[in-house]
Design a protein around this ligand. Sequence first.
Ligand code: COA
Length: 412
Amino acid sequence: MGLHRGVSIVGAGMTRFHNKLHIDKTGRELFVEAALDAAGSVDKGFSFKDANALFVGNFTSDVFEGQGHTAAVMADWLGINPTPAYRIEDACASSGAALNLGAITIASGMADVVIVGGVEKMSRLTTDQVTDALALAADSSFETSVGFTFPSIYAAMASSYFKKYNTTWDQLAAITIKNHRNCILNPKAQFQLDIIATGKKMGEKSGRIFKNEMEFLRSDLNPVIASPLKLFDCCPVSDGAAAVILASDKVARKYTDTPVKMIGMGQASDTIALHSRPDFTTLRAAVKASEDAYKMAGVTPKSIQVADVHDCFTIAEAIATEDLGFFPKGQGGKAAEEGKTALNGELPINPDGGLKAKGHPVGATGVAMAHEMFKQLRRQAGQHQVNGAEVGLIHNVGAAGASVAVQIYRRG
Ligand code: COA
């Protein structure tokens, strides 16, 4: 299996991810902002009218904004009617799946240029309402009906992981610390404070001084959300959009001399309900999707020099780095603790701050990861640039791993 025609990213853009900044904007306005940013990044110029199709990853603008038929709305607002527009909904992996389908459409010969974007405007609802809306992606018969939410589902994974590998929450805290150190180098990230600065700010409010990052993270100012996960183990609620322009090998050089080639992709599914799975410490769909992507790309996990993985909760990053073959089972958290996944480590993970600190407007996340790879592999990532990366991987998870999209990119 493989792509019958080569596909590259020739432009990428995104809004800043945030929970308050975009409060007065609609999802469609965010989407247009991201698409204009992507068009503006194309070295030799790009008009939306060049696109033969539009793919939009979106989880639920229906619930978050009271607006369905999202792809048609976005096509209209980009001014590209009657270009075909498709909405893809795979929970938090919606735009990772949209990337795969956009590339498949080019590889099939049906298109030479497609715009793939993702958007979610979540902040109109209260946290409780957002939690209920997100829970639509869990199993309504066996999980949400008995009170499970996404924090509690990932908390069950964390408890199982600690027991199986005899590890502790300290390893998850190392992931929080790393991702917050990275986010302050990324102007598009929601959080712009590392944990030292956060501890100082929150400590001042309550007249306390924290000696270091761990002391703050262990304190009651980092409350339990779903034991053993605390506030800073969770991604926040975010608004935002991201967009990339994909082009066939035939036309890519018309747009840029440095395209970023998609050399491998995978997509896999699993049972939605966590309790039906034999092991909570691995996502089978991530293992399968990445195996397929490695095979198509003709590379191994050792070839990957930078990765954006789906850290909706810190435990998810530990598990992802194992499922993707970067570290042995049970060693993902330890790798973060030892600095192996830091910006200057042996395999930088989430140099943009990850979902934890960059933010997670769910439908936008997969394409935002592709935006990050486009910048990283073209040496345009600014202060969070990973030195010399030629091959990068992105891993976008729907809910608790019932759908997973993976892509591997190489500097063109
Ligand atoms: N990490 C760090 N700080 C966070 C945060 C997070 N995840 N979420 C909120 N905060 C901060 C806010 O910035 C705010 O600080 P400020 O007053 O200085 O601006 C403060 O905590 C209160 O914010 P608020 O939005 O009222 O928090 P909340 O208690 O309502 O929500 C969570 C906290 C963790 C419940 C919410 O962020 C959440 O549900 N996250 C998970 C989202 C999710 O499940 N996504 C899908 C994954 S599959």
